[in-house]
Design a protein around this ligand. Structure first.
Ligand SMILES: Cc1cc2nc3c(=O)[nH]c(=O)nc-3n(C[C@H](O)[C@H](O)[C@H](O)COP(=O)(O)OP(=O)(O)OC[C@H]3O[C@@H](n4cnc5c(N)ncnc54)[C@H](O)[C@@H]3O)c2cc1C
Length: 258
């Protein structure tokens, strides 16, 4: 087994976490028990003592046509898939523009923008080495129950890449802050917005140490430079406590805290 030493204070999008040896899983390797699988760490908050970690290696970073379908390895970065879609004039991948991560992470989070989400265009996912049809996977708003490791995804492809649509969808996300974050921190509760609730309890812009709820978008927990895990957790707990007390709504993390 090969390992890669990863400094999460540099690698993760929120720039928090220790340096750890992460096991690299290549095609043909067995998955490791009791290891947490990471993708690009764009939706993770890594504690000073995370569980043992693994990630998919280079052999899972590929794109290939299979008849009318496109098969993409789960270590492939979203940016690479978008460039491929543009080059080959493929429709329906425009929403992944500037959505950071790997294809595996996207599938596990059913990542997307408004109603454009990755499960809209998926046909099948290879999980623990077996192809599973989309219909047999439970998925919804920002989650998918994969019950294992996604290694490859089969996408339905149609011609017709639209630069206009890409720009329109990127524009929808212009309210996201530029400072390091892990994306939206909490899931939007049914019929409401986590950002609205955090703002309503007075936490928009609230700072603890070097972490803060962004004053641009309250549901983004941002790192102002040298922010720490404990500070992030303090803010998260505070938001949960106040929102529960004032609105009787239990905020649930979208970010995976490990
Ligand atoms: C600035 C910013 C903006 C963002 N905006 C959006 C947005 O608009 N919409 C949106 O949906 N998301 C957004 N995100 C969140 C993030 O881009 C997505 O969740 C992305 O899909 C995470 O991919 P990742 O590879 O980094 O996964 P990671 O963060 O590494 O992992 C996320 C989860 O996926 C699981 N996972 C990873 N790979 C696999 C695999 N191969 N098989 C099974 N499980 C796996 C992990 O175990 C973990 O539970 C944003 C993030 C940032 C930093």
């Amino acid at each position: 087994m090969r390992y890669k030493s990863i400094d999460f204070s540099k690698f993760s999008s929120i720039k928090i976490g220790p340096r750890v040896d992460v096991a690299l899983i290549e095609q043909g390797d067995k998955f490791l028990e009791n290891h947490f699988l990471i993708g690009g760490a764009n939706n993770l908050l890594v504690s000073p003592n995370p569980p043992p970690l693994m990630m998919l290696g280079k052999s899972y970073d590929f794109l290939e046509f299979d008849g009318d379908d496109l098969i993409v390895g789960c270590a492939t970065k979203t940016g690479r898939l978008l460039s491929f879609a543009k080059k080959h004039n493929l429709a329906n991948f425009e929403f992944i523009s500037k959505l950071p991560g790997t294809i595996g992470g996207m599938v596990a989070m059913n990542a997307g923008v408004k109603s454009y989400e990755v499960f809209n265009i998926i046909k099948e996912v290879e999980i623990n080495g077996k192809w599973i049809k989309k219909e047999d996977i439970e998925y919804g708003y920002r989650f998918a129950k994969l019950n294992g490791i996604a290694t490859k995804v089969r996408f339905e492809v149609k011609k017709g890449y639209s630069e206009e649509l890409r720009l329109e969808l990127v524009k929808l996300r212009e309210n996201q802050p530029k400072e390091p974050s892990a994306g939206s921190f909490f899931k939007n509760p049914p019929g409401d917005y986590a950002g609205r609730l955090i703002e309503a309890v007075g936490l928009k812009g609230k700072r603890v140490g070097n972490m803060a709820f962004s004053s641009k978008h309250a549901n983004f927990l941002i790192n102002l430079g040298g922010g720490r895990y404990e500070e992030a957790i303090e803010l998260s707990n505070l938001a949960k406590e106040l929102v529960l007390r004032e609105f009787n709504v239990l905020l649930k993390e979208e970010v995976k805290v490990i």
